[in-house]
Ligand binder design. Structure first.
Ligand SMILES: Cc1cc2nc3c(=O)[nH]c(=O)nc-3n(C[C@H](O)[C@H](O)[C@H](O)COP(=O)(O)OP(=O)(O)OC[C@H]3O[C@@H](n4cnc5c(N)ncnc54)[C@H](O)[C@@H]3O)c2cc1C
Length: 462
């Protein structure tokens, strides 16, 4: 009997019939993500509607040793939700409810399938927002499992900094509650943050208590152009060191600015550029900070600095910025690509950016640099024709090794997925890596939870 037939038999009578399907169209919708990694077909897609159902499904898969991959919106860019070993995709589309809002505590409790933008639409009535600020409408489960971040992380932190408690289904089907609603927590091992960033390999998140933020009363954007990317990066270091608390601090190279300018209404000089945002309680406070920001940029040879950008245009600018990855892919359709996600200490940003710019200039590859510069996170996208793949890969690996040499990490926000598994041993010392494998074996002895991701499959298998 084929696995999908066997699975249909397994779930028959256990779950209501509308909860699972092996229809080809549904399987196809749950194969891939937004990365260059090859999609893979699952054998069955299951749509749970409650934690109890998730528990039942996971317990059943564990007993039958069937791989199970949780799926949010499928917008990852490292192959994180691709069901490479087949089996079951646990699709969270139907667990998308906001369960409780605590405006006085700036907190919300949600099911894991709630989408980020939809959540923020609901929170707008209370003048609150949930922070990661990604481009796509990702699900909270996927955001937490990847420990995602975004252009406002420099001010508000990443996913890990905005979660207080979780409900998690373990591989054996047990339901575990971690954390509490207290903003300080010091009671024992921090299981919440063990699960955050584990990419669905240690447990399945069903509910999360999230930290929210009030919408700031005054917001102002600023843009500065530079002759070189290094000068732009030096200005970033200066702005951070001056404690000017940017809400966003993004760096784009010449090529990225060309893509940005393809959008109607965006018309800035095509040169290395910082896109910035500052927020606070009053306009007066902001004016003072913006004057300092201008000084930091001027001190680093800015060719122009524009401050006081109005709300409508600012929103347009950020919408354009967060979709730049899609624009790049559209403009380079048919080409292969690699995209780095390294992060380094901010003081090392100018060195990494200069290194990346030189590598791209010395190659014949299409490429560009887009950086969440305020937190030292650098995305270099490298596009290649088939005959250039080996060259592109050399550039990609040199950037990974350089980031590690600068005391950085192979991934600041996209997670390890499939693409970075082989670099885990370059980043982590053997003792730490072995402890991760021990944790995986302990929590998931049959290696059913998103197998092959984060840790090398053969070694993490029981
Ligand atoms: C145009 C574009 C821009 C992007 N910008 C950013 C950015 O600025 N910052 C950033 O960090 N990322 C960014 N991303 C990547 C992506 O949006 C994030 O990684 C996001 O967190 C993925 O969420 P998702 O709901 O799509 O998760 P999925 O891709 O569906 O899944 C992600 C991982 O989480 C696991 N998972 C999903 N749900 C659960 C659950 N309930 N329990 C346990 N594990 C689960 C999956 O198995 C998988 O390993 C971008 C992607 C695109 C396409």
């Amino acid at each position: 009997m084929m696995l999908c037939e066997a699975l249909l038999t397994v779930f028959e009578g256990v779950l209501p019939p509308d909860r699972y399907t092996a229809e080809p169209a549904a399987l196809k919708q749950n194969t891939g993500d937004a990365s260059h990694h090859h999609p893979a077909l699952p054998d069955l897609v299951v749509y749970p509607e409650s934690t109890a159902e998730v528990s039942l499904i996971v317990r059943t898969c564990n007993e039958q040793k069937i791989p199970i991959v949780a799926r949010g919106a499928g917008t990852s860019i490292e192959g994180n939700p691709i069901p490479t070993a087949g089996g079951v995709v646990l699709n969270f589309d139907r667990m998308n409810r906001v369960l409780a809002v605590y405006p006085d505590d700036l907190q919300v409790v949600v099911q894991a399938g709630v989408r980020h933008h939809d959540l923020n639409d609901q929170l707008a009535a209370d003048n609150l927002f949930y922070v990661p600020m990604l481009g796509p409408n990702a699900a909270v489960g996927g955001i937490l499992a990847n420990n995602a971040a975004g252009y406002r992380t420099v001010r508000y932190g990443a996913a890990k900094d905005n979660v207080l408690a979780l409900e998690v289904v373990l591989a054996n089907g047990d339901i575990m509650r971690t954390g509490s609603r207290a903003i300080k927590q010091s009671a024992g091992y921090d299981l919440t943050h063990l699960i955050v960033g584990s990419e669905g390999t240690l447990g399945i998140i069903t509910e999360a208590t999230l930290q929210l933020h009030p919408k700031p009363a005054a917001v102002s954007a600023a843009i500065a152009g530079f002759t070189t990317v290094e000068e732009a990066a030096d200005a970033v270091v200066a702005i951070k060191a001056a404690d000017l608390a940017p809400t966003a601090l993004e760096l784009l190279d010449v090529s990225a600015m060309q893509y940005l300018s393809l959008t109607d209404g965006i018309d800035f000089p095509i040169q290395p550029t910082l896109l910035m945002e500052f927020s606070g309680a009053t306009e007066a406070m902001l004016q003072d900070r913006l004057a300092h920001v201008k000084q930091c940029c001027d001190d680093n040879e800015a060719t122009y600095v524009q401050t006081g950008i109005g709300e409508l245009f600012r929103d347009h600018l950020w919408r354009t910025r967060v979709t730049i990855f899609d624009v790049m892919r559209r403009e380079n359709e048919g080409l292969g690509y690699y995209a780095t996600d390294s992060a380094v200490p901010v003081s090392q940003l100018p060195t990494l950016i200069r290194f990346a710019a030189d590598l791209l200039a010395q190659s014949e590859l299409e490429g560009n640099i887009v950086s969440h510069a305020g937190d030292g996170n650098v995305h270099v996208s490298i596009f290649y024709r088939p005959y250039q793949q080996a060259d592109a890969f050399v550039v990609y690996e040199k950037l990974i090794d350089k980031s590690l040499a600068l005391n950085g990490t192979i991934t600041g926000e996209h997670g390890v997925g499939i693409g970075k598994v082989k670099y885990m041993s370059r980043e982590h010392d053997p003792v730490a890596l072995n402890l991760m494998k021990t944790l995986k074996r302990t929590l998931d002895p049959h290696n059913i939870l998103n197998p092959g991701k984060v840790l090398p499959m053969d070694e993490s298998a029981a």
